[in-house]
Design a protein around this ligand. Sequence first.
Ligand SMILES: *Cc1c(COP(=O)(O)O)cnc(C)c1O
Length: 355
Amino acid sequence: MKKHNFSPGPCILPASVMAKAAEAVVEYNGIGLSLIEMSHRSKEFVEIMESARNLVLEHLGLSNKGYQVLFLQGGASMEFLMVAYNLLQNKAAYLNTGTWSTKAIKEAKMFGELVEVASSKDQNFNYIPANFEVPADVDYFHITSNNTIFGTQLQEIPNTTVPLVCDMSSDIFSRQMDFSKFDLIYAGAQKNMGPAGTTLVVVKEDILGKVDRQIPSMLDYNVHIGKDSMFNTPPVFAVYVSLLTLQWLKDLGGISEIEKINNAKADLLYGEIDRNPLFKGFVANPADRSKMNATFNLAENANKGLFDQLWNEAGINGLNGHRSVGGYRASMYNALSLDSVQVLVDVMKEFEQKS
Ligand SMILES: *Cc1c(COP(=O)(O)O)cnc(C)c1O
């Protein structure tokens, strides 16, 4: 039986996507070749790459607005340094909201002066700092829209006069926003878009080419743009499965439709966390709660062994919290159904009755 997969990443993908991907590995579209044994320069693959790049812009409402889409490798972790390599001439500002922001800051420090405009480290990142100021003289401002490990999410895009860069790894394509406020968005595919192995970069072309250092080809966004995201052999399987997921999302009605489902899932689970006396949410202010990753703990003296037994028996997978937070984390990415969240909520109720 297929599990109710609450894994934080690599994560659940739509079953229909999985079926099509499996088929393409055996033979792509009846051409007598597997997707993963044909040239990336073939007509078939070039079409896959172009469709994926265009569909990303279509979903984000960024077509014909000066943005370029790249499918790169090295994960979001590579973008931590690539962003700075390409954009940081003197000084950059960062909002520190968790482990991933902290890592992005560490890498960028190698390229210039960093201003940490605010940090929630003082309370183990259980809130999103408010009332911070971004200096006007920085090359860019970097934020993390969703903090996968701690379960917090930025509800509003900060207004800035400087280019805005966002690590959107764990909530891209999950909610509607004015994406044109961002100058560079990056996201590891494996959280909400596809399998591990590719990283999506959406970049406004006019912010590039402004640093005077030399950039190695593989780390230069302009080099990848010049080669239509095929400077070197792209991760063909990961790009194809990402395309299938983007098509699945389009068939469903796009981001505005998935957002309704994501809201319903989050309401259902947080409703139970707040109602059930045996659970407490990790995030200090409910307004900062993530709709993708819900973090929670058991109340003191609650029977952990029993709860773990019940959710395991119900076929739930991937519920343990990250080691830096403890407790539990239910990741509810786009492909996770409301039914799966209902199964978890039923288990939480059953746990209350049996305790
Ligand atoms: C998972 C994650 C990363 C790291 O991604 P890799 O692809 O493993 O490098 C970075 N940022 C966020 C927000 C993440 O959730």
